[in-house]
Ligand binder design. Sequence first.
Ligand SMILES: Cc1cc2nc3c(=O)[nH]c(=O)nc-3n(C[C@H](O)[C@H](O)[C@H](O)COP(=O)(O)OP(=O)(O)OC[C@H]3O[C@@H](n4cnc5c(N)ncnc54)[C@H](O)[C@@H]3O)c2cc1C
Length: 464
Amino acid sequence: MDQLTTELSARIEGEVLMPGSDAYEEARKVWNAMIDRKPLLIAQCRNSQDVAQTLALANGNDHPVSIRGGAHNVAGHAVCDDGVMIDLSQMRNVSVDAEARTARVAGGSTWGDVDAASQAHGLATPGGLISDTGVAGLSLSGGIGWLRSRFGLCIDNILSVEIVTADGQIRRASETENADLFWAVRGGGGNFGVITEFEFQLHPMGPEVMFCAPIYALECGPEPIRFWRDFLKDKNDRIGSLVEFSTVAEDDEFPRESWGKQVYTIAAVYAGDAEEGEQIMQPLRELAPMVTDFSGRMEYCEVQKLFDLLMPAGEFRCYWKSHYLQDLSDAIIDEILEGIKTVPSANTLASIWNFGGATASVPADATAFGDRSMPYMFSLDSVWEGTDDDETNIGWTRDFWGRMQRHSYNGRMYLNFPGQGEEGDKLLQDTYGADNFQRLREIKAKYDPDNRFRFNQNIRPLNH
Ligand SMILES: Cc1cc2nc3c(=O)[nH]c(=O)nc-3n(C[C@H](O)[C@H](O)[C@H](O)COP(=O)(O)OP(=O)(O)OC[C@H]3O[C@@H](n4cnc5c(N)ncnc54)[C@H](O)[C@@H]3O)c2cc1C
């Protein structure tokens, strides 16, 4: 054991894992099987004091730090080479105050943890589409889920955080306490410190909600998607939806004749009364002959797990990239349909997401996230199996993404789906907007002047 490990082991309640042990090998694995990084050590923190001690020691030894929440970041930011990895996977408590409709959520919790605890009281807060994604990583760059139409992004529901900053100080941040930090973490990713606890606003939801999921063959062409676009125009405040392109797996849930065929699902959740949702969304299920239809009224927690099997952790190699779109004209729909036909991997998904409603109602300067007026997002979630196929799949994704760039909404991209962030500072400046980006760099200089937290979509401190 080296001196750093010995010292840290004596200071924290959690385990300190070293290269060479099975536990270390397990803990450095992340969701994307392409990522193979080796931290100097992994601190499996149990509480905020553990995090503070780890940061103090990393500081003293001039080591950068990566933070692991749910380990789903596709670029693999949770794990670093030659730095200290703070692993929050042991910090997964959620406690709900049903009367106040709030939840306190520990920094390593997953959305499955939050949904189960909140739904026990008939409550929910907007989360992601997969239950084992981390609350922290997903929320800190915005957080886009089914309930965004009515309740906004995840960040719009954060009331306060407990955060350990680079100097090892445990602070609270809210509208009234360290307000600059509170503004920055709502969109600024893991740049400003380790969040050890979130306080979320909850809303009455379910337990039964209406989930809509008719599946149409790609051969049905653009008409159903055009209908979806027009149909949602006056319903973006109640329906969170995406058109998801995929290839049918050899799975008995699908008719055998559809196996291997390209399809798209018009998936949607009505954020309100389930019966009303069923009636309102019925037209989306009558647009062409369906391959199958997974629609139905079901428990909110079930909806939140429906896509889990499509996205198993640690099995596949992945590269995901996105554009916010300025428009979804007929020509853009045609271009997406043409582009998707050439997909090299049957595991790859691509999606068109709607915005508007509560998401769009928040001003650009209210949170670091920036402008909310993008009407749609197009995401390419490339997923494949073998190392030999890396070049083909990444190349295909980048080509398609490059062709779609001219439809981009001011060059902005969702920072949770940024590929490897190849566009650097330009991407951040375009996405946050010049004013927000400048403010973020100033706040970074105040709380993390040495850029200790740099394994992320990195906002460099001003003058760095
Ligand atoms: C299968 C899958 C489904 C997804 N679905 C959605 C979706 O529906 N909606 C959506 O918006 N996004 C979605 N995403 C993208 C997801 O939001 C990002 O990948 C996000 O980074 C994952 O967060 P995490 O905590 O699991 O990741 P991690 O890899 O653990 O963390 C990612 C980064 O977040 C920061 N971070 C993590 N924890 C903390 C903390 N406690 N304090 C400070 N910083 C922290 C760090 O910078 C870290 O490097 C999905 C991703 C996957 C792989």
